[in-house]
Design a protein around this ligand. Structure first.
Ligand SMILES: Nc1ncnc2c1ncn2[C@@H]1O[C@H](COP(=O)(O)OP(=O)(O)OP(=O)(O)O)[C@@H](O)[C@H]1O
Ligand SMILES: [Mg+2]
Length: 248
C-alpha cells in the first residue's frame, strides 16, 4: 500500500491486495433536474474499478448512465454523492487549479465526433492541446509531430480535418489525447462514427498504445466487437453497474 497517498480527504481506503486501481468509482450518484418536479437519476450508486494498464469497455443500453459515469471519472462534472479516485488520489471534490491540473495531466479524452478544430490542420490541432498543457510553441509542434507519427499520420500533418477520412480524424484525436502522456484515456464511443474496418483499425491502434505505453483505456461502446477486443466489459443498466466483467 506504500504507493497509496493520503489526501485532504484523509487516507486512501483499503484496497484489496494487488495493484492500486488507477480508477476507482465508488457509489456514484448523479441526478439531473429537469424543472422543479422532474428529475432523472442518471447514476444510482454506480461502482467500478479499473486497474493500471487495462483496456476496458463500458456497455449498456442508451440512457443507462455510461457518458455520465465517464464525465464524473474524467472530472468534467461532480457526483451528487460517491467518490472518484484516480491514481490513488480522491479527485471528486477538487476545484480550481487542482482540478485543472488533474484534467490536463492525468486524463486524455477521445469523443465520438472527433471534436477537431476545422480551421486547424492535424499538426495544429494536436499542438494546440500540447500548448494548452504547458509546452512552448516549438516544443508543442515537435510533440505534435511525434504523436502524429505514432498514429501513422506523418504524411497527413498539414491536412485539415475536412481533408481527412473519419478514421484519420479519429487518429488525430487519439494523438491529441496523448499530448500529456496521460495514464488514463477515456473514450466515449470513439468508434461510433466509423465503419467496421476503420473501427477495427482504431481499436488496434488504441491496443498498441495500451501495450507500448501502458496507458489505461476505458471505452464506452455500443459495438460488441470493440467490447470483445477489450480485456473486460463493465455493464451498466439504469444507472448502476450490473457486472464488472471479472467472470464468475
Ligand atoms: N445534462 C443532462 N440533463 C438532463 N438529463 C440528462 C443529462 N445528461 C444525461 N441525462 C439523462 O441521464 C440519463 C443517462 O444519460 P447518459 O448520457 O449517461 O446515458 P448513456 O448510457 O451515455 O446513453 P447513450 O448510450 O445513449 O449515450 C439519461 O436518461 C439522460 O437522458
Ligand atoms: Mg452516452
Amino acid at each position: 500500500m506504500s504507493d497509496v497517498v493520503g489526501t485532504l480527504y484523509g487516507d486512501a481506503p483499503d484496497v484489496a491486495a494487488g495493484p492500486t486501481p488507477v480508477i476507482r468509482a465508488v457509489d456514484l450518484a448523479k441526478r439531473y433536474k429537469l424543472g422543479k418536479e422532474n428529475f432523472v437519476d442518471a447514476l444510482r450508486s454506480a461502482a467500478f474499478e479499473v486497474a493500471e494498464g487495462e483496456m476496458v469497455a463500458i456497455v449498456g443500453p442508451s440512457g443507462s448512465g455510461k457518458s455520465t459515469a465517464m464525465h464524473l471519472v474524467g472530472c468534467l462534472d461532480s457526483p451528487d454523492s460517491g467518490e472518484v479516485w484516480l491514481n490513488g488520489r480522491r479527485v471528486d471534490g477538487l476545484r480550481g487549479r487542482a482540478l485543472t491540473r488533474v484534467r490536463a495531466h492525468e486524463i486524455g479524452f477521445i469523443f465520438q465526433g472527433f471534436n477537431l478544430i476545422p480551421t486547424m490542420n492535424a499538426t495544429e490541432n494536436v499542438a494546440q492541446a500540447a500548448e494548452y498543457a504547458g509546452l512552448s510553441r516549438s516544443a508543442a509542434a515537435m510533440r505534435a509531430g511525434e504523436l502524429l507519427d505514432l498514429v501513422g499520420l506523418a504524411d497527413r500533418a498539414k491536412h485539415l480535418p475536412s481533408e481527412l477520412s473519419g478514421g484519420q480524424q479519429q487518429r488525430v484525436a487519439i494523438a491529441r489525447s496523448l499530448v500529456n502522456s496521460p495514464k488514463i484515456v477515456l473514450g466515449d464511443e470513439p468508434t461510433g462514427d466509423l465503419d467496421t474496418v476503420t473501427s477495427d483499425e482504431i481499436v488496434r491502434m488504441m491496443r498498441k498504445i495500451n501495450t507500448d505505453m501502458h496507458t489505461t483505456f476505458v471505452l464506452v461502446t455500443h459495438n460488441p466487437e470493440v467490447a470483445a477486443a477489450c480485456d473486460r466489459t463493465i455493464s451498466m443498466r439504469d444507472g448502476v453497474v450490473v457486472d464488472q466483467g471479472y467472470g464468475a
